[in-house]
Design a protein around this ligand. Structure first.
Ligand SMILES: *Cc1c(COP(=O)(O)O)cnc(C)c1O
Length: 362
């Protein structure tokens, strides 16, 4: 790796594509003759307006977002979306949630403050190691939406088939898989993603929302910032947005477009994940934590026979120049997050390291 950089397996903030960081560095002191850095720029300036507009246009192109959807750049990261979704979409005050791990649990806890939450499927019985069958959910007639966390960052599961929502609006938290594979936006009412996992710097979420879900009739006490309509009406410039994150994300959108788009990304991600999973499947020391059919291509949790050995592997990996392989504190073990920007060589090097460790600890 150039610049003495390390293979960083963090779940987020995570690696960014190196060419993008180089471009940002080159534009740091004087963005394209503007005489200033993007950090110093008025969000009302023409030059920033162009950055924002291009970012949106490029994302629309990348995902093929239909015209009847708005794209919003909202501050507060992912966590604010746990509240914004029920605040804006609970009209009847009833919502269905699928419980698949740490992040859907947080979404459920927040939604309960605003209305009735029905957990229509759960994988709690097996420690969230699989995606439950969502082909025939018991969805009440008055449900406002069905919510999923499409890739559970901590537990390492992902949906390869979307739930049958029986005509209700599908809402998905795509934070840790956003732009990792093609996505048919028309199947969703709302997609949101905190960008620090697979796209850019922390502190912002991208929200893609079907226009008919924007509402005027929210509780009058709703903070103005928490209404999706506020952001839709102002093109995400209601107040000072996270200009820096919008700029960096825009660079990543362009980078993905220039490198074959989401089809090409999906192919690379499948190949990378296969390298790691094939090793785990053949290893006698390391075991993958998730049912095969539901394994995430982005977050790969695995364990050794004991927490002590897990800790030993983490320490040895750090000494060997890898970073952030420790599993989340809530589940333990190890976890390799291999988002879009993790090069194939990084995954290969990790597997070589794990093989060597295994050989030395038989
Ligand atoms: C990281 C993450 C979040 C929370 O994002 P913050 O920006 O830290 O609030 C929510 N959902 C998923 C799936 C995540 O991976």
């Amino acid at each position: 790796m150039k610049y003495g950089r390390t293979y960083n397996f963090s779940a987020g903030p995570a690696m960014m594509p190196e060419p993008v960081l180089e471009e940002i560095a080159a534009e740091m002191m004087n963005y394209r003759g503007s005489g200033m850095c993007v950090m110093e720029m008025s969000h009302r300036s023409k030059v920033f307006q162009q950055i924002r507009d291009e970012a949106e246009a490029d994302l629309r192109k990348l995902m093929g977002i239909p015209d009847n959807y708005k794209v919003l750049f909202v501050q507060g990261g992912g966590t604010v979306q746990f509240a914004m979704v029920p605040i804006n979409l609970m009209k009847n005050g009833v919502a269905c949630y699928v419980e698949t791990g740490a992040w859907s649990k947080k979404a459920i806890a927040e939604a309960k403050k605003y209305g009735e939450v029905k957990i229509v499927a759960s994988s709690k019985d097996k420690n969230f190691s699989y995606i439950p069958d969502c082909s025939d959910l018991d969805i009440p007639e008055d449900a406002d939406y069905v919510y999923i966390c499409e890739n559970e960052t901590i537990n390492g599961t992902t949906y390869f088939n979307l739930p049958n929502t029986k005509g209700k609006v599908l809402v998905a938290d795509q934070s840790s898989m956003f732009l990792s594979r093609p996505c048919d936006v028309s199947k969703y009412g709302l997609i949101w993603a905190g960008v620090q996992k697979n796209v850019g710097p922390a502190g912002m979420a991208v929200v893609i929302i079907r226009e008919d879900l924007l509402r005027e009739d929210l509780d009058p006490k709703t903070p103005v910032y928490l209404s999706y309509k506020t952001h839709a009406d102002a093109d995400s410039l209601y107040n000072t947005p996270n200009c820096w994150a919008i700029y960096c994300c825009g660079k990543v959108f362009k980078y993905l477009l220039d490198n074959g788009g989401l089809e090409a990304m999906a192919k690379k991600n499948e190949e990378k994940a296969a390298i790691l999973y094939n090793f785990l499947d053949s290893s006698k020391l390391f075991t993958g934590a998730v049912r095969k059919e539901d394994r995430s291509l982005m977050n790969v949790p695995f364990v050794t026979p004991s927490p002590e050995q897990d800790a030993d592997v983490v320490a040895a990996s750090k000494a060997a120049g890898f970073d952030n392989l420790k599993g989340h504190k809530s589940v333990g073990g190890l976890r390799a997050s291999i988002y879009n920007a993790m090069p194939r060589e990084g995954v290969e090097a990790l597997v070589e390291f794990l093989k060597k460790y295994e050989a030395e600890h038989q």
